[in-house]
Design a protein around this ligand. Structure first.
Ligand SMILES: *[C@@H]1O[C@H](CO)[C@@H](O)[C@H](O)[C@H]1NC(C)=O
Length: 280
């Protein structure tokens, strides 16, 4: 076990696996009725119109774990819209793990935009097209965050891994709990083809749907702490690296579906690529 893993055993939290009732796990945070949990709590919808977007967050904060959510993105012409789904800490110099889905004209591919912030420092964008139509059906989007690495996956296929490289002086999020957030908003200044394609408000409201929130994660239980069984090192959520088949799949995605990688954008970093880019 690495230094990071050992020290985190000292942190206090509680492991939960939950799923099913969205009323229990999520709170609507904004949008004046545009975000809704429906029926018995198995479906949540966010909507966006000319006046406002909407959003929700997880009730719990977590320190490490894996959260899966099924999402079905805005069908048809979604150009100009962004559906963001991310982990974030609070306060200054925040940690954040982002998935943002940038809409497009009907028939043109959605872009999955990702970024990772540690102690306020981001600029680690990677973008992907998907190998399926994310508006036709629900698919599972997951973010694993543990002391060793962060893995963003789609339908169980890893699209991005960010390893803990603290030993090489690269900050890694590990001290502050994070919450899950999601929001749907208008970003037609930049989202689609760099802002060339604007939101067509005659198509509003735009609706994205969510179901099957599953947190296999350590709840940060401020005030009522319980030791988190993070020492269960063989459990997948605390795995220290991708197994060979997962690594193969990651390579497949990166080879065939990655459309932007900050690590190869030499123009953007005239004084040299970020240090993590040269660590394999
Ligand atoms: C939209 O479609 C165009 C054309 O296929 C593609 O280049 C672009 O990456 C797509 N996504 C966004 C968000 O612009």
């Amino acid at each position: 076990m690495g230094r990071a893993t050992r020290s985190s055993i000292l942190l206090l939290c509680l492991v939960v696996v939950c799923g099913g009732n969205l009323y229990q796990d999520l709170s609507i945070t904004w949008g004046d009725g545009r975000a809704k949990i429906i029926g018995a709590g198995n479906l949540l919808t966010l909507s966006l119109d000319k006046f406002s977007g909407s959003g929700f967050q997880s009730k719990n904060e977590y320190l490490f774990g894996k959260i899966d959510m099924q999402m079905k993105l805005i069908p048809g012409n979604s150009a100009g819209t962004v559906t963001a789904y991310y982990w974030s800490s609070e306060g200054d110099g925040r940690d954040e793990i982002d998935m943002e889905f940038l809409g497009n004209l009907s028939g043109d591919p959605y872009t999955l935009h990702t970024n990772i912030y540690a102690q306020g420092k981001g600029d680690r964008e990677q973008q992907f097209h998907l190998w399926f139509d994310p508006t036709a059906d629900f698919h599972t989007y997951s973010i694993l965050w543990n002391p060793s690495h962060i893995v963003i996956s789609v339908d169980g296929i890893p699209v991005r891994e960010f390893r803990n490289m603290e030993s090489k002086g690269i900050p890694y999020p590990k001290n502050r709990p994070m919450r899950i957030y999601s929001s749907l908003w208008n970003a037609d200044q930049w989202a689609t083809r760099g802002g060339l394609v604007k939101t067509d408000w005659s198509r509003a409201p735009f609706v994205a749907s969510y179901r099957s929130f599953k947190a296999d994660a350590c709840v940060w239980a401020a005030g009522r702490p319980a030791p988190c069984s993070i020492s269960a090192a063989n459990s997948a959520r605390f795995s220290q690296k991708l197994d060979p088949p997962s690594l193969q799949r990651l390579k497949w995605v990166q080879r065939n579906y990655m459309i932007y990688n900050y690590c190869t954008d030499a123009k953007r970093f005239p004084y040299g690529l970020p240090p993590e880019c040269s660590i394999s």
